[in-house]
Design a protein around this ligand. Sequence first.
Ligand SMILES: *Cc1c(COP(=O)(O)O)cnc(C)c1O
Length: 484
Amino acid sequence: MPRHDHFSTRSIHVGSEPDPSTGAVVPSLSVATTFRQEGVSKPLRGFDYSRSSNPTRSDLESLLTSLETCPSATVANDARHDASGGESLVFASGSAATAAIAHWVTLNKEEGGAGGKDGKGFGGHILAVNDVYGGTARYLSRASRPTGLEVTYLNMEKAGEKGIREAIRPDTKLIWLELPTNPLLLVPPVRLISDIVHSLPSETRPLILVDSTFLSPYYFTPLIPTNGEHPLADITMSSLSKYSSGHSDIILGSLTISPTTNKLRPELIKGLRFLQNSMGASPSPRDCHLMIRSIKTLSVRMIKHGLNALRISNWLSTKTNLIEKVRYPGLKTDNAFEYVQDLISKNAKRELEFLGWKFPFNKENKDFDIDVDETNLEFTRNLGIPFGGMITFTIKNANSKQVEKFCTELRISILAESLGGVESLIEVPYGMTHAHLPQETLNELNITPNLIRLSVGIEDYEDLIEDLEQALEIAMGTEKATVD
Ligand SMILES: *Cc1c(COP(=O)(O)O)cnc(C)c1O
């Protein structure tokens, strides 16, 4: 009989085999740094030293591989293992994962690297989207400079097919995408980029990496091919510190290689394992254990984040007197909405269909009575598609003081950097996460002092909007009174 372990089943069971010696349903945390060997260089289960590999970390790696690369129909017989043929590597942070892949570009071929400029190591080129995560740009452009790495940042949407083709150099080893981007939530044309890259010779073409931190594999799985084509990307990078953790209490990161790419370029995993071991940015097994527990609820959390974010982004866009430029890619009025329909994972689609969503989404479809109030699921279904929990918006004509007042008057949402926790977090990119960018870049990206980024948590929707409304009134009302 065919087996179909779907996303939520696998997120609970893969990598969580009951302990064979005690039957404990939660596998033991493996804290040992070193492992007894049966003879010289004969480790019992392949583990010798925990920087190189560790049982708890391996469990987390197989869980991530399953969620990122495995279609529901090709699961392992026993439900506890991943049989997709993909590979994951977990690092001490998302930034350590970034460092490893950047280093891989410049690493010589004998060590499994991309070879750098001429195959012998040193140099090499990455073509990246223009508004990558700040820490990524900092690493690629500054920290890795001594390795000779060169990076071009390109507005891929604007560049179009011709511009993207021209930007790919003979020594371009990697194309770095982020989806959606931060903080503007833009969606690069990943399908076009993938088609361009796949028209190049397969042995030497650049690999495509997608930083999919903002969506998690619940909403976006670019390593799983749709319609029998090649997968959209070769590698996903994720800061597990965000949605995968979900509770703002673990820093970890990962890289996952698609089964197709793993077969085509077996040197990639060899080079990355070499770097993971050599660079030493190994995660603590305790963090890996806690991460496995967190991921068991990823599915239920992500659907609630998405429903809340869709409703709040709609509510914000009705407050036209105070709020403008609301961005949420899942909102049917958003520029990226057509991409969202194309890119949303099969798993998320399936769960949304159960809740009554229909695909393709009919923008005109008002299949509800106009009197249905906005607390209704039917009303929500007409707004668009839940697609992650991140929203950005600007407060109309607000100065920095008013913006700060708004953020500090909130009772529920917390003024803090980071995202993806069960608690709503709000921040001002201009003065916080993106403050280190040159003014020219801030202007170019339209990151203004009144731009707000909201990581919508899974609290009650009505409480969240009540809170936003009271803080908006205080922040914008007070100022008016003093002006008058
Ligand atoms: C947070 C984040 C990172 C960096 O991850 P850390 O775990 O903080 O090192 C990379 N990319 C994106 C999109 C992020 O949000």
